[in-house]
Design a protein around this ligand. Structure first.
Ligand code: SF4
Length: 260
């Protein structure tokens, strides 16, 4: 028996489109994001959507989104969300959860939103032990307004408003949000992950899952801080974002679980 030789013409597009055998995109993701190349925030969004889907809680999930580049995610995520005033997401989430305790309620905020505009909101929500999950995407800059210094900008980090690098004498010290929240009695789960490496992505997904499981168990407040790349605000090429994160933010904000 002779084997028939199969020759595939690759000189042009196939006459019959290839059959898609798998779609790695979570079905809750409705389209492409419009953020900068190399941005870490879409990675965090994907992990969040995967966790909601895997826990099978999509139909009873309500998100509260703050103000930042990630705000545009409301157009591409198939989850009920509302957008609130800058920094106020934990308070809005508190109201939703108290009215609809059967729901899984989360906030998605940046470091500017949570640490600059609304630090008291997240601290009081944690101290009250609200059964919500807050997610802070921390890149150390106000990305959507051009890369200015935030409360979490690490010492030495260049921003539009600290061109020579953050200086403690001039700008004060960075605020470690997860560490502050971890010190409050109402906090039942607090963790800090990063999406700059494959291992970090997997670890961050586990943290998000545990945070939602904590909320669903009624144990108390949960927060996951996620270090995300912002090559535009950091003035580095997109491909250098993960390395920059590892050498800067991650040095000041160690990864791991702070409260379990
Ligand atoms: S400015 Fe930064 S945070 Fe905003 S989309 Fe671009 S890379 Fe992402």
């Amino acid at each position: 028996m002779t084997r028939e030789q199969i020759v595939i013409d690759t000189s042009g597009p196939p006459s019959v489109p290839a059959r898609k055998v798998a779609d790695p995109r979570p079905s809750l993701l409705l389209g492409e994001h419009s953020l900068c190349p190399g941005c870490g925030e879409p990675v965090a969004l994907r992990l969040l959507l995967e966790v909601l889907q895997e826990l099978d809680i999509v139909q009873r999930t309500i998100g509260v989104v703050g103000h930042g580049c990630y705000g545009s995610f409301v157009r591409i995520m198939d989850v009920d969300v509302l957008q609130c005033l800058h920094g106020r997401a934990p308070s809005c989430a508190t109201g939703i959860k108290r009215v609809r305790p059967e729901c899984a309620v989360f906030t998605m905020q940046g470091d500017g939103d949570m640490a600059n505009e609304g630090l008291q909101e997240v601290l009081h929500a944690a101290a009250r032990g609200e059964k919500i999950t807050c997610v802070m995407l921390n890149n150390g800059v106000f990305g959507d307004t051009g890369g200015q210094l935030t409360a979490t900008t690490v010492l030495g980090q260049r921003t539009k408003t600290s061109l020579a690098g953050r200086d403690a004498e001039a700008h004060g010290y960075p605020i470690p949000v997860a560490d502050l929240v971890a010190g409050l009695q109402g906090s039942a789960y607090v963790a800090r992950g990063a999406v700059s490496t494959a291992g970090g992505v997997a670890q961050t997904k586990r943290m998000l899952r545990r945070a939602f499981e904590t909320q669903l168990s009624g144990a108390g407040f949960s927060l996951v801080e996620i270090l995300t790349m912002c090559p535009t605000g950091w003035f580095v090429p997109a491909g250098e974002g993960p390395g920059y994160l590892g050498g800067s933010l991650e040095q000041s904000y160690p990864l791991g679980e702070l409260v379990t």
